[in-house]
Design a protein around this ligand. Structure first.
Ligand code: TXA
Ligand code: MG
Length: 350
């Protein structure tokens, strides 16, 4: 299959490309498109055959449910068995935006889309191309991140092309995304709302709006395999570069010294070592490939750069990667969650 990559200007959307993309969606085909978080691989959410195509293109396990993207709140009412009060509050505060809510589904949503589950994940993305595609197609759009299963999520159209070329008919290229990590997922079918995946919308922001307690799924913090995360996608090794990634935590000087020692040892062993540094430390490393992920106090920049950097290490065929670690509060919690998963929870404390 030939994959057509079409540049699309968010500020001045070309109707012809949008119409073509919308027709593909209506016909049950796949179209990759930008959202504010990461690129999505979209298909008609209410068409089981279209959902099956998503799993096939990504090589995704079929028990891992998809997020349904909507452009207006009433569409949540169309597919939910009931819309909890909390969903209304959260939608008012954060939609369109990087928040996914989980509610009980009704019969309109095929099990193919929800990986066999009786609940459905829904979000309204904050991106004119994503919203435009949903509206032009007249469909609700199921869209996982547009990467091959297990690889880092795509934050640029070129990342999508690297994984999906020849597998899907069309990629809408709206440039680099703004946020860079996937949406926060909150499960509203639990007695106490539970975060299944941390993201840009933090626990503090959520409990502020809900006016009460919000829990974090214990399964996403634990390093052991006994505590299973509730979001099936969070149990797989994920977001991962091909090289072995290790996080190093401790006082800054100790971290730099340890990483330099390990990078030197890797070189002696004939391995190519990469380092994920920060603006503050990038000049202090001696390794084959040192990249700064951003300034320590600029969490937005760190989130935006993370997946691109992990892919760059693949491009240069790094064998081992050492990364500094980050504060686990605010957006830092989402950053550390992705880094820990990419590292298979390999952490070195110095
Ligand atoms: O920012 C995002 O959310 C991006 C963009 C494209 O919107 N999408 C995304 O989708 O990250 P995906 O498929 O890569 O991740 C969806 C996650 C998976 O971990 C999946 O297991 C979980 O959401 N999930 C989906 N439906 C669920 C459900 N009903 N119950 C529990 N977890 C669910
Ligand atoms: Mg994903």
């Amino acid at each position: 299959m030939h994959t057509k990559v079409v540049k699309i200007d968010s500020a001045d959307i070309d109707n012809k490309s949008m119409t073509e993309a919308a027709e593909l969606i209506r016909a049950g085909e796949l179209v990759a498109f930008p959202t504010e978080t990461v690129y999505g691989l979209g298909a008609d959410a209410l068409n089981p055959e279209a959902s099956r195509r998503i799993y096939a293109a990504k090589g995704r396990p079929s028990d891992n449910p998809l997020i349904v993207h909507i452009a207006k709140f009433q569409d949540l009412e169309r597919i939910a068995e009931e819309v909890p009060r909390q969903a209304k509050l959260l939608a008012e505060a954060f939609w369109p935006g990087p928040l996914t809510v989980i509610v009980r589904k009704n019969d309109r949503v095929p099990r193919e889309t929800t990986g066999g589950m009786e609940t459905v994940a829904v979000r309204m993305p904050n991106h004119p191309v994503a919203l435009g595609l949903i509206e032009a197609s007249g469909c609700l759009i199921a869209a996982p991140s547009a990467n091959t299963s297990g690889r880092p999520s795509p934050t640029e159209a070129a990342h999508v092309a690297a994984d999906m070329d020849g597998r899907i008919p069309m990629i809408l290229d709206g440039g680099a995304v703004g946020i860079g990590i996937e949406s926060t997922i909150i499960d509203l079918t639990e007695e106490i709302p539970m975060i299944l995946r941390p993201g840009y919308i933090t626990a503090e922001m959520l409990s502020g709006v809900l006016g009460g307690e919000v829990r974090l799924d214990p399964g996403i913090i634990a390093a052991d395999s006994k505590t299973k995360p509730k979001a099936p996608g969070m149990k797989y090794r994920h977001y991962a570069p091909r090289a072995e990634l290790t996080l190093v935590e401790g006082a800054q000087e100790d971290v730099v010294a340890e990483i330099n020692r390990r990078a030197a040892a890797a070189r002696l062993a004939g391995q190519k070592a990469g380092v994920i540094a920060t603006e503050e430390t990038k000049g202090k490393y001696r390794a084959d490939y040192v990249v700064s992920i951003g300034a320590r106090d600029d969490e937005d920049a760190i989130a935006r750069h993370l997946y691109r950097i992990l892919r760059e290490f693949d491009d240069i065929n790094a064998d081992v990667i050492y990364s500094e670690s980050f504060a686990a509060s605010g957006v830092g919690q989402a950053i550390m969650n992705r880094l820990l998963k990419a590292a298979g929870h390999r952490v070195l404390t110095v």
